[in-house]
Design a protein around this ligand. Structure first.
Ligand code: BES
Ligand code: ZN
Ligand code: ZN
Length: 517
């Protein structure tokens, strides 16, 4: 992770090897379309280059993430000026700035010190400078991420050493706050990415639980780990059932964040209580209902929900969140070993509901059901779960948009707002009451799959709803967005994206319990 520092001098005077300025798409005939900001113009002047001509020559139009590379002469410390497209023709949202900043660092020289000019003059009036700085820091910090744990040769990853952030026109305090908040989010997201990118054999449930403990304790959270005996004792039949095909026993990790003395309760004495639940299948083979082999290629990422809950919770103390937050990470390895659950076996979930397992590959809902039932027992204000739950989510919404379902309109609204502010795309899907009959079993209270080819994502949501005991609840199916198979895109390299962390962080930062009347 590069260091981030506020800079007050013009870019061309900074001790940096690469300078980054932004430009938007427009109709400027001089540049071939791109509209330059004040920092770009000032840099061109100091460098004595005809930036417009240089950009026109490479057909730089200011499209989002497009990069015009302009080598500089000895006049300034930096050897390279990167002009990065923002494509603000239709107004801006900060996600464009985040993406452009990600593209910038991914195009910077390896190990460089990079000076970035936050283009406040190009953003619409009313954009909060701290929010713009934060977006740039997030884009740059996330874009500079590379998973290098297992590389023995020098990776060709776009790591950079240092980012100097200049935001002409912003108060120094706003720049500092934008950098600080951005860094907290980046650190949290990259913790999640590291866990998801870890090979599955190196994060089997008992090992992952201990790794989570270390990361959580570092962030000031308290940690309780339920081992197989505690799970049996507590009647967690879903987690145990899914885990029984693996020689590595399952775990449930309970993380607790208590607001400190510096974060007073928002309303009266009650500071509220939010429960977060994450699916943590450390590898999903499908179990006895074995997946075809290529479908397993990304299944080390089937613990992305749990990793996102941990990541988000590591940020809470730094951000002074005023609400108590419990994180429940249900960890199991879905393997087809000799003791694995069979098709038609019946599991008794936490709380006593019985489930007929008609497909062992629909395992996520079985482990989440236990965790949700357990979470509901403490009567929290609300619960949110994140899970790479269904392939059908990818069929419906693709890899860039997550499916959001919930039983409480206000909660769904607040999550949509948080996601939109964070630059993560979610789409609200229904939980049609009448589809619940797809889950009717002949022998148990429920079965774990619906009808083939029919609303798989919604039916999975309806299954989970059965375990929420009427507590306001929302479910994020992140099967597509959690893992990037397609190739580098802006601030997301191939592999884990950390999807959901930014939404949770925003949601929890803004959350205030409704006062009792
Ligand atoms: N982990 C998968 C869902 C998934 C698929 C996540 C692709 C990411 C990418 C989940 O456990 C699963 O296998 N679901 C089944 C459910 C079906 C058997 C009802 C699915 O979606 O096919
Ligand atoms: Zn599965
Ligand atoms: Zn799964």
């Amino acid at each position: 992770m590069p260091t981030f520092t506020a800079a007050t001098t013009p870019l061309t005077e900074l001790d940096a090897e690469v300078m980054v300025v932004f430009a938007t798409a427009g109709r400027s005939p001089d540049t071939g379309g791109a509209v330059l900001g004040a920092d770009a113009t000032a840099a061109a002047e100091a460098l004595d280059v005809d930036l417009a001509a240089e950009l026109a020559a490479v057909r730089f139009e200011g499209k989002l993430g497009a990069v015009g590379r302009v080598p500089t002469r000895a006049a300034v410390p930096a050897a390279l000026l990167l002009v990065v497209g923002l494509d603000l023709t239709a107004g801006v949202d900060l996600e464009r700035l985040r993406r452009a900043a990600g593209a910038a660092v991914r195009n910077a020289t390896k190990d460089a010190r990079v000076g970035i000019a936050v283009p406040l003059d190009l953003l619409p009036q009313g954009t909060a400078p701290a929010a713009a700085v934060q977006a740039v820091v997030e884009g740059a910090g996330l874009g500079a991420y590379a998973y290098t744990e297992y590389r023995t040769k020098s990776p060709d990853a776009p790591t950079i050493a240092e980012v100097l952030v200049r935001a002409d026109g912003a108060e120094p305090a706003d720049v500092e706050r934008g950098i600080a908040d951005g860094l907290v989010t980046v650190r949290a997201t990259n913790i999640t990415r590291d866990l998801v990118n870890t090979p599955p054999g190196a994060k089997r449930p008992p090992v992952l639980a201990e790794r989570v403990r270390a990361l959580a304790e570092d962030a000031g959270l308290s940690v309780r780990i339920f081992d197989e005996d505690a799970l049996s004792e507590g009647g967690f039949g879903g987690i145990l059932g899914v885990g029984q095909g693996s020689s590595a026993r399952p775990r449930l990790v309970e993380l607790t964040y208590e607001p400190g003395p510096d974060s007073p309760p928002a309303t009266g004495t009650a500071s509220g209580h939010v429960v977060l639940v994450g699916k943590g299948i450390t590898f999903d083979t499908g179990g006895i209902s074995l997946k075809p082999s290529t479908s397993m290629n990304t299944m080390k990422s089937d613990m992305s929900g749990a990793a996102a809950v941990l990541g988000a919770m590591t940020a809470l103390a730094d951000l002074g969140v005023t609400t108590k937050v419990t994180g429940l990470l249900a960890l199991a390895e879905n393997m087809p070993g000799g003791d694995a659950i069979r098709v038609s076996d019946v599991l008794v979930q936490r709380g006593g509901t019985t489930v007929e397992v008609m497909n062992t590959d629909a395992e996520g809902r079985l482990i989440l059901a236990d965790a949700l039932a357990y979470g509901a027992e403490s009567s929290p204000d609300l619960m949110i779960d994140l899970a790479t739950l269904t392939g059908a989510q990818i069929v419906a919404l693709g890899t860039q948009i997550c499916g959001l379902m919930g039983t409480d309109d206000a909660l769904v609204d607040e999550l949509q707002q948080a996601a939109s502010a964070a630059g993560e795309r979610v789409w609200h899907l229904p939980l049609p009451e009448d589809y619940a009959e797809h889950l009717r079993s002949e022998v148990a209270d429920l079965r774990n799959i619906g009808r083939p080819g029919q609303a798989g994502t919604l039916v999975a949501g309806l299954f989970l709803k059965e375990f929420t005991a009427g507590i306001p609840w929302a479910h994020l199916d992140i099967a597509g967005p959690a893992f990037n198979e397609d190739g580098d895109s802006f601030y997301n390299a191939k592999g884990a994206t950390g999807f959901g962390v930014r939404t949770l962080v925003r949601f929890l930062t803004a959350y205030r319990p409704t006062p009792e009347v």
